[in-house]
Ligand binder design. Sequence first.
Ligand code: ACM
Length: 263
Amino acid sequence: MKVGFYQFNPVFGEIKRNLDQVVARLHEVECDLMVLPELFASGYQFASQEEVERLSEPVPDGETTARLIEVARSRGMYVVAGLAERGERGCYNSAVVVGPSGFLGCYRKTHLFFEETLFFLPGDTGFRVWDIGEAKVGVLICFDWFYPESARTLALKGADILCHPSNLVLPHCPDAMVTRCLENRVFSITANRIGSEARGGKDRLTFIGSSEIVAPNGRILHRASRDREEVTVLEIDPAEARKKSLNPYNDLLQGRRPDLYAR
Ligand code: ACM
């Protein structure tokens, strides 16, 4: 199975321009599963609620999801991509999953980071897993990584691959994903962005790039640069994520002791 990410520098507020760039790039790529960054079409650093509302879209009926479905159909690939979703009660920092047959579903970010808490509602979908034939894919968004429960819940729900749209600014996540993969025996694909934003008189945010694909044994199969645009596609065997036996005495998930864990 060929899986990958597209690390690039979205221009804030320029949804059509960002979409055109991504769609053109995906038309050049051969893969089964592609992960794009968090908020890849809108940009990240919102200055007001009005901006969030203007740059968010209904799912699945908005322009961004429609364009992703179009490219997924014509390229025969699945795409997981972060976007600002306009829901009935307010806006969510979400990710859609689309494929050759159309829209599969949406995940709303559970753990909002920093000023996202001012502009978005906390996600209410819970962690979700989709069967895309060759693998089961689970979705978490950026700061969700900081809560190990996110990856664990997805592993318990059967995910082979964690798809992780991100806009990382702190340096810790790429190394931490090694542990998330090892402790859950899953693959991860973190798609981060590059560049920086300094909007509305706020401090500049510099995104750290370093998108990566990690294997269930904790090996970093590829890590991108901190500051250059890059598409990476690698061949993986998702069956590796289904081997939860560590040795004849230890099975990863069977060995859990939930009765002794705090809730
Ligand atoms: C983040 O959750 N965008 C850091």
